[in-house]
Design a binder for this molecule. Structure first.
Ligand code: FES
Ligand SMILES: [Fe+2]
Length: 402
């Protein structure tokens, strides 16, 4: 446990050229501070609009102690509510997703409509005011068909990300995708280790060779340039627009959700991220051919997309407590693609299912080592620059006056 002075000292002493001090990963007071300064203020990619097409269709998104009910409203919009009953606080929705006409609390039966209004509560006093007991709202926004939630009432603006990423989102016609599969990966480690691992590919060749044989991110940038150039020559023929944006953690303003986009070449012979490099689904949007690339989208500290030419993998990290987090992965294909005819679920999900399971192992090993008395912050390699920026951003956020 840290005193306030101890935390200030820890933040002051942080060396940005090295990994974080153990206390950043293990101290409950640091975690409490992160919850307020980072986690609750961040946007989380909760799902895709295609998952809740009809009024009353809902899905849940859990982060730390909070769960949002994300629901299609009768007017066609998307609403989000805290999954906490206004009577005595029970969770209301217990299913991960579904379709309802109203939300009924399982404890004493208070009932809410899908706009969150309390519509029934038995045996309450005559002067009880139902209208003062609607569900609490959670911030919700959409971008390119993706649904984002944030638990603070004043999260950083998503608007710059929506604007700057609109071109590539349109290119892959993300509004008209559908979710073909979703998987939940629990990770018994502090959340920062999971995201930091996603930020660097220094580990890729060692940890998950299947990914490494197709993704050039495992090369250092100098060796990648030639392959990257050949991919870019194919852009015009394939219907890919060259585009990059870097409003990353250290570039974005404090009041905007940081974001970035770039397209990275796969090794020659790989059309997409699949077992043998061959297509696993129909081309997305108006694309005409496979350029052999994959686009990285970042929406803030927890939510990422990887867009191949024929499918998109969404990667979302969620802190659960100081010692546990989860990675939610979902795979999206064209809205009109038919399972069994246009894509096979095992082939579609093979690469990132395999890779995520292997990543989970190295993250947990990292967590165990960091808990040892012998752990000391170590120096970053030249292939860990994003991770380095990310850890600097975390420390800056913790230092910032609330
Ligand atoms: S806690 Fe929900 S009805 Fe009592
Ligand atoms: Fe990895």
């Amino acid at each position: 446990m840290q005193t306030a002075d101890g935390i200030a000292e820890l933040l002051r002493l942080h060396n940005p050229d090295r990994s974080l001090d153990r206390r950043f990963y293990t101290d409950p007071d640091i975690y409490a501070l992160e919850l307020e300064r980072i986690v609750m203020r961040s946007w989380f990619l909760a799902g895709h609009e295609s998952e809740i097409r009809q009024p009353g269709d809902f899905l849940l998104h859990k982060v730390a102690n909070e769960t949002a009910i994300v629901v299609r409203s009768p007017n066609g919009g998307v609403s989000a509510f805290a999954n906490v009953c206004r009577h005595r606080g029970s969770l209301i929705c217990l299913e991960q997703s579904g379709s309802v006409r109203k939300f009924e609390c399982p404890y004493h039966g208070w009932t809410y409509d899908i706009d969150g209004n309390l519509i029934a509560a038995r045996s309450m006093p005559d002067d009880f005011d139902k209208s003062a007991h609607a569900l609490n709202r959670v911030s919700v926004e959409t971008a390119g068909g993706f649904i984002f939630v944030a638990f603070a009432p004043d999260p950083p603006s998503l608007q710059p990300a929506r604007k700057n990423l609109s071109k590539p989102l349109k290119m892959f016609d993300t509004e008209n995708l559908k979710v073909a599969a979703r998987k939940h990966y629990p990770i018994a480690a502090n959340w920062k280790l999971a995201v930091e691992n996603y930020m660097e590919c220094y580990h890729c060749a060692n940890a998950h060779p299947d990914y490494a044989r197709m993704h050039t991110l495992m090369l250092d940038p100098k060796r990648r340039d030639r392959i990257q150039g050949r991919m870019q020559e194919r852009f015009a023929d394939c219907g890919i627009e060259p585009y990059e944006v870097d409003r990353g953690p250290l570039e974005a303003n404090a009041d905007e959700c940081f974001h970035s986009y770039w397209r990275v070449a796969l090794f020659e012979g790989y059309k997409t991220g699949s077992r043998n490099g061959e297509p696993v689904a129909p081309l997305l949007g108006e694309l005409r051919d496979y350029d052999g690339g994959a686009s990285d989208f970042c929406f803030g500290p927890f939510s990422y997309l990887l867009a191949y030419s024929d499918h998109i993998v969404a990667y979302v990290f969620t802190p659960l407590d100081g010692r546990n987090c989860a990675c939610e992965v979902f795979w999206l294909v064209r809205g009109d693609a038919i399972e069994g005819k246009d894509f096979d679920l095992d082939e579609l999900t093979w690469l990132w299912d395999t890779t995520t399971l292997l990543d989970e192992k190295i993250i947990v090993n990292n967590w165990k080592g960091i808990n040892s008395r012998f752990y000391k912050p170590g120096p970053f390699s030249t292939m860990e620059d994003w991770e380095q920026d990310y850890t600097r951003w975390i420390v800056n956020e913790l230092r910032r006056d609330p």
